[in-house]
Design a protein around this ligand. Structure first.
Ligand code: UDP
Ligand code: MG
Length: 325
């Protein structure tokens, strides 16, 4: 069997602090895998600059001049992690047999990439990197992430627990991914839907090499909300259920008031009235909010705007590698 051409796609947003080290480690890894004849000598690293404001793109350029493994893709603006990833995957699949995505901070253990390739050679189309333990993450991140995965499972969304965006996909799986045209991307939810033969590879998550997280709380919450609402209408059902329950409750209260009236104890009902008004008002607003969330999604989807624009690329025209490091 011929060795597969591998491309490692690395989305980068303001990652100047880690880029050099990441390039070094990934280059060594590719060299080793090539020597072991596990991958083809045209294998590459593709950095996707997601509209960084620091020197990230300049550094990618400089690296690409001296390191034949390095290729680059520059997006015209910050399109977000998932879109940057998609841009890289779609470009890479044009000239690769399989593509691995990994974060620029190398929190994910690159030594399992060997296992990814072995599993690919055994016929897996998708290999998921799964974190065995994540004690390097903060307590807050750990508990919110665990809660999130549990909640998603409860409402019937099949996620691979503790898998983020560190995975291998074959060209065939990537071609299939293209057919999911939704604008609102939640890759780790969509990819299991493809359904091809897949397997997990386990590793321990490490500390960020340097720099700070590019997923502050606000982005994390938006990402979680996107994940839920693009896959499930459970929140709408939930609101409907609460609505029905509150109607039943109000009928019961009405019955109680009538009985009290017949018995001659008229309710002087200021407080119950106020509470009901606020309660029902709140419920309605909540309901409108949830429905609005979905209408917003439809609004975004129907426009069919491009998810990203590529401004420049490096070393992609000449697939055979012109090296010397
Ligand atoms: N990232 C990106 N665009 C963004 C935010 C993040 O391309 O708008 C990249 C970032 O450079 C990194 C990856 O997404 O390679 C994951 O980000 P980070 O490691 O900061 O997230 P965390 O590990 O803290 O969840
Ligand atoms: Mg990280």
């Amino acid at each position: 069997m011929n060795e597969p051409i591998l491309t490692i796609v690395v989305p980068c947003y303001n990652e100047e602090e880690v880029l050099q080290e990441t390039t070094k480690q990934l280059t060594y890894l590719l060299e080793d895998l090539e020597t072991e004849k596990l991958i083809h000598t045209q294998s590459k690293i593709m950095f996707v600059d997601d509209g960084s404001k620091d020197r990230t793109w300049n550094m990618i350029e400089e690296e690409s001049f001296v390191n034949g493994y390095v290729t680059g893709l520059k997006l015209s603006r910050n399109a977000g992690h998932q879109n940057a990833l998609l841009a890289g995957l779609m470009k890479a699949k044009e000239f690769s047999d399989c593509v691995i995505s990994i974060d620029a901070d190398l929190q994910d253990d690159i030594t399992v990439i060997r296992e990814f390739i072995l599993k690919y050679n055994e016929g897996c189309e998708i290999v998921y990197g799964v974190r065995r333990k994540r004690d390097t993450d903060t307590f807050f991140k750990r508990t919110t992430a665990n809660g999130f995965y549990r909640f998603m499972q409860k409402i019937g969304i099949d996620l691979i627990p503790n898998h983020a965006d560190f995975r291998l996909m074959s060209k065939r799986a990537l071609d299939e991914l293209c057919r999911y045209e939704e604008n609102n991307l939640f890759l780790r939810g969509i990819i299991p839907l493809i359904g091809f033969k897949s397997d997990n590879a386990y590793y321990d998550r490490k500390e960020r090499l340097a720099g700070t997280t590019k997923y502050p709380l606000k982005k994390m919450l938006a990402f979680a909300a996107d994940g839920i609402t693009s896959f499930s209408i459970a929140p709408i059902r939930f609101v409907t259920l609460i609505g029905m329950m509150s109607i039943i409750l109000s009928v019961l209260l009405g019955g109680y008031a009538i009985v009290q009236e017949i018995l001659g104890h008229t309710e002087s009902g200021w407080s119950s009235l106020m509470i009901s008004i606020w309660f029902i008002g709140g419920l309605q607003l909540l309901g409108i909010g949830v429905i609005g969330e979905y209408i917003g999604k439809i609004f975004k989807e129907v426009k069919r705007r491009p998810k990203y624009s590529i401004e420049a690329n490096l070393n992609l025209e000449d697939t055979p590698r012109k090296r010397e490091i």
